[in-house]
Write a protein that binds this ligand. Structure first.
Ligand SMILES: C[S@@+](CC[C@H](N)C(=O)[O-])C[C@H]1O[C@@H](n2cnc3c(N)ncnc32)[C@H](O)[C@@H]1O
Length: 263
């Protein structure tokens, strides 16, 4: 998909999407989530220190060997990259990472899985909500993992386990460690088949209140296809399309509904 096509899709999304007032959202649960959590921009205590780490990474010119498995980073295919370039192109921007923090806080998620750690910035947001939560994050590139570990120790985050290796080796053991997952952030290998495979692998580990978040659901035609397939699964009830992120709820008491939300 070209940048032009993506821009058109974004504009189309914005035209039909519900705004921060939540007009037209009938479910009180989703109405509250949209108006009070998704559109709450009051800063939390930990935002400053995590963003300081991001700034350090953005000014780090060290070259590292990268082992890039995903299709998300189409900007740079060479095997050596500067840390600052990874920080610029691969991490969730602060607005979205802080939304993930608020969602974990709102749902009080304790067993959190992130598929795709990169330099550990979004991981740090997810883990900062509560020291009582357990977070497992998966990353395939050893040198990137090392820097993520630095990020966690600089922020004194002790509730994170980083497993290095291809997701096809690390995902199932991580899920078995949890037995049931509360919150999964899918942010690695932005391809249709891989996304659907990770989704299907995680499904046996959900409970009624589990929340899945998919990154970049409109990155490409194939990511849109993956998102559209996910929406029609029988146990998927409510989905929210925020354009850059897709949120999935499995609550049996919900009526199946799909919302486009401005964010
Ligand atoms: C977009 S980045 C993650 C960004 C991170 N969640 C953040 O917002 O800070 C995706 C990461 O997934 C890793 N990755 C992609 N495909 C993988 C695979 N099949 N196995 C292991 N790691 C993979 C890449 O090395 C990359 O670091």
């Amino acid at each position: 998909m070209t940048n032009h096509q993506r821009l058109l899709r974004y504009l189309k999304h914005q035209l039909v999407a519900r705004n921060s007032k939540g007009f037209g959202i009938h479910s009180p649960y989703i109405f509250h989530l949209v108006t009070e959590i998704i559109h709450d921009f009051i800063p939390f205590y930990c935002y400053g220190s995590i963003e300081k780490e991001r700034q350090n990474l953005l000014s780090n010119n060290t070259l590292i060997e990268v082992n890039d498995f995903g299709s998300g980073s189409h900007i740079n295919k060479q095997t050596q990259k500067k840390v600052c370039d990874i920080a610029k192109h691969s991490l969730k921007p602060k607005k979205q990472a802080q939304l993930l923090f608020r969602l974990v806080n709102h749902f009080q998620s304790k067993n959190i899985l992130e598929i795709g750690s990169s330099l550990g910035i979004t991981t740090s947001y997810l883990a900062s909500v509560s020291s009582k939560s357990k977070l497992i994050t998966l990353e395939g590139c050893p040198e990137t993992s090392k820097i993520a570990q630095h990020t966690f120790s600089n922020l004194q985050l002790k509730n994170i386990t980083l497993n290095t290796g291809n997701f096809n080796k690390t995902l199932i053991p991580a899920l078995h460690k949890f037995k049931k997952v509360d919150f999964v952030f899918f942010d690695g290998n932005h391809k249709k088949n891989a996304t659907l495979e990770y989704f299907n692998t995680c499904l046996p580990f959900i409970h009624n209140n589990t929340v899945f978040i998919f990154d970049d659901i409109h990155l490409s035609e194939e990511m849109e296809e993956a998102w559209n397939e996910i929406k029609i699964y029988e146990n998927v009830k409510v989905t929210l399309d925020l354009f850059h992120l897709g949120i999935v709820f499995f609550k049996k008491e919900f009526t199946k509904q799909h919302y486009n939300i401005k964010f």
